[in-house]
Each structure stands twice: as C-alpha cells, then as structure tokens.
Design a binder for this molecule. Sequence first.
Ligand SMILES: Cc1cc2nc3c(=O)[nH]c(=O)nc-3n(C[C@H](O)[C@H](O)[C@H](O)COP(=O)(O)O)c2cc1C
Length: 207
Amino acid sequence: MNPTADVSAPLHTPVSAPVKVAVIIGSNREGRFGPVVADWLLGLLRERDDYTTEVVDAADAGLPTALSYSPTPEVTAELAKITPKLAAADAIVVLTPEYNHSYPASLKALIDWHYEEWRAKPVGFVSYGGVSGGLRAVEHLRQVFAELHAVTVRDTVSFHNAGASFDDEGRHRDPAAPDAAAKVMLDQLAWWASALREAKAVRPYGS
Ligand SMILES: Cc1cc2nc3c(=O)[nH]c(=O)nc-3n(C[C@H](O)[C@H](O)[C@H](O)COP(=O)(O)O)c2cc1C
C-alpha cells in the first residue's frame, strides 16, 4: 500500500454517457400490434436519464429477403434509413411478436442485412403474442444473436395475449408488473452496454 495515496478517492470514478439504444420494431404486418408495445417501452425509456433512444422500424425499411453484396440503389436507400442507427447504438432492444413459434421474417431480414452493427453489443428483448407471449421467438433470437457476437441479457419482458392487455388508447391495463420487468431488463442492458463500451475503448473487439 502506498502510504501517501489519498484513500478517500474512489478507485474508479466511471464517466458514463447515456447509453444509445436502438429499439427495433420487428414486425411489419398490416394492422400489426407492434407499435402499441413500442409506445409503452418508449414511454419508459423517456423517463430514464441513462438512455437516449432511436427507433428502427422494420416496416419503415422495405428490406428484401434476397441479400446482396451490391444492393440496388433502392435497397441502399432503405438501408440508409436504419444502418446508421444500428451502427451508432451501444445497445439494442428487440420488440418481437411470435409467428408460428418463432420470430417474423421481417426481423430476420433486418438482422441478416447487417453484421458489424451487432458485434460486441448487448441485446434485450420485449416479446408479445398469444398464449406464448413470444417467449419461443426470444429463445430463437438468442441463438441468432450469439452467432453475431452479440450478448443477450437474461431478463425479458413478455406480453401474453397482448391485444387484451392494452386498452383502446394503447395504455397497459395493469402496468405495474411489465413496468417492473422492463426496469430489470433495461438495468441489465445498461450495465452491459457501459461495460462493453468501456472495454472496447481499451481493447477493440477482434474475434
Ligand atoms: C402468422 C402468425 C403466426 C402466429 N403464431 C403465433 C404463435 O405461434 N404463438 C403465439 O403465441 N402467437 C402467434 N401469433 C399471434 C401473434 O403473436 C400476435 O397476433 C401478435 O400481435 C403479432 O404481432 P404483430 O401484430 O406486431 O404482427 C401469430 C400471428 C401471426 C400473424
């Protein structure tokens, strides 16, 4: 021990800027419910000072399922709407419904059109659906994001029978439990985002 050291000084004083989170609305179905769930989450994010938020909506980007290393000008224009937001993000929240025990094709296309944008970033999930609450979609997505060198956080938010859980104005009828679940997920996501941001500043992720 150095006897001249100022023992009252903290060993490490973190200087942490707000986490930039990209909230992905994964469905693009006509008449979709996704925006209702997104509005609920965005309301919670607005109340937090540890996040700044961008929305990436699969319905805004008309991405084809046919991938290409030399996309047409039309596809390049669609990518330009979303790729910069994903690239700038420290963290991702994926909003996914469940379609036939998995996640929608629109979300898979959005994921597959990108690669570097996911690497060494944390991903949280909000899922919704019928009986399942989208839980099977989330478990499939964990495998996908592992392949992309992303880190999925443990806790999720899921809405079972989602349509009946919100009123006609899009307000959750009993928000205490989902709000609490969202806090747990967002707290974990912020921890991982800050930890990975600091780690990447010292040692860029390379493998
Ligand atoms: C093609 C399709 C398949 C579905 N499969 C399931 C399912 O396997 N499990 C489930 O709980 N809900 C299922 N649902 C219900 C959806 O999860 C629910 O309608 C959800 O709101 C769809 O999200 P969206 O409205 O944002 O498109 C399915 C809906 C569609 C359209």
